[in-house]
Design a protein around this ligand. Sequence first.
Ligand SMILES: Cc1cc2nc3c(=O)[nH]c(=O)nc-3n(C[C@H](O)[C@H](O)[C@H](O)COP(=O)(O)OP(=O)(O)OC[C@H]3O[C@@H](n4cnc5c(N)ncnc54)[C@H](O)[C@@H]3O)c2cc1C
Length: 78
Amino acid sequence: MSKELPGHAQVVIVGGGIVGCSVAYHLTKLGWTDVLLLERKELASGTTWAAAGLLAQLRQNQEMTNLAKYTVDLYEGM
Ligand SMILES: Cc1cc2nc3c(=O)[nH]c(=O)nc-3n(C[C@H](O)[C@H](O)[C@H](O)COP(=O)(O)OP(=O)(O)OC[C@H]3O[C@@H](n4cnc5c(N)ncnc54)[C@H](O)[C@@H]3O)c2cc1C
């Protein structure tokens, strides 16, 4: 990871928690090559640090349950 900031990026993501990392992951998976993720401390040092490893699949509504299922499938394929 570079500490020198580029002068331009197609997209800038602020925050390297699960949301920021996931957005960066999915954009690059879709073919975006100019993605910049800025993290003020360390990756996953925010609330994501407290949540790693627990992938409950039943959530409060169908959309959240679908999202949790997608995450489990994603990790299984890595
Ligand atoms: C104790 C605890 C237990 C939890 N357990 C679970 C669980 O079991 N299952 C579950 O699904 N969820 C759980 N959660 C909720 C889950 O952790 C959060 O919903 C999730 O981590 C949020 O991710 P995020 O990327 O939005 O935020 P964060 O992980 O907080 O990431 C934000 C990042 O942005 C960075 N940042 C902030 N401001 C700036 C700035 N100006 N410039 C650059 N970087 C910046 C921070 O340093 C941080 O790294 C838990 C939360 C807590 C607190």
